[in-house]
Design a binder for this molecule. Sequence first.
Ligand code: FEO
Length: 172
Amino acid sequence: MLHQKIAKLVNEQVNKELYSAYLYLDFANHYADAGLDGFAHWYEIQAQEERDHAMMMRRYLIDNGVRVQFEAIEKPDKKYADNAAPLAAGYEHEQYVTSLINTIYGEAFALKDFKTMQFLDWFIKEQGEEEKNAEDMVRKMQLFGGDAKGLYALNAELAARVYAPSATGPAM
Ligand code: FEO
């Protein structure tokens, strides 16, 4: 049985991950509207990954006897001044998500909940990768997004992203 503090935090994180999916779909909407289908595609896949994260956490709660409770998912209401803005917002958002995962990890550590710590290890590593990807996107846009040819090439590169379900996932 999970400590109720941990159950509550992981349950809240399910909602945050679903919000992340919603936010990234909103980025995709912006890029689809701007005619940058590669950027839109990249964020559609990112949204799928976020949904996967939510599902992994939901499964962890269920497998530990917790009744999962869904709350309303916040509306993504950011305004994007240009095509670089969602990338910066994405990097900021991933740093925020890392802080949330770290908070749960810290609570699990304090409660000697080694099972949840092991479960979260996958997410700690994943957040490292997600932050790096988000920062790379910001950098690439700064370097190459300033002229039409560079933006075209970057859009084509992002269009090639392939969705790969997290086959390994966290330890349950
Ligand atoms: Fe589920 Fe992008 O962190």
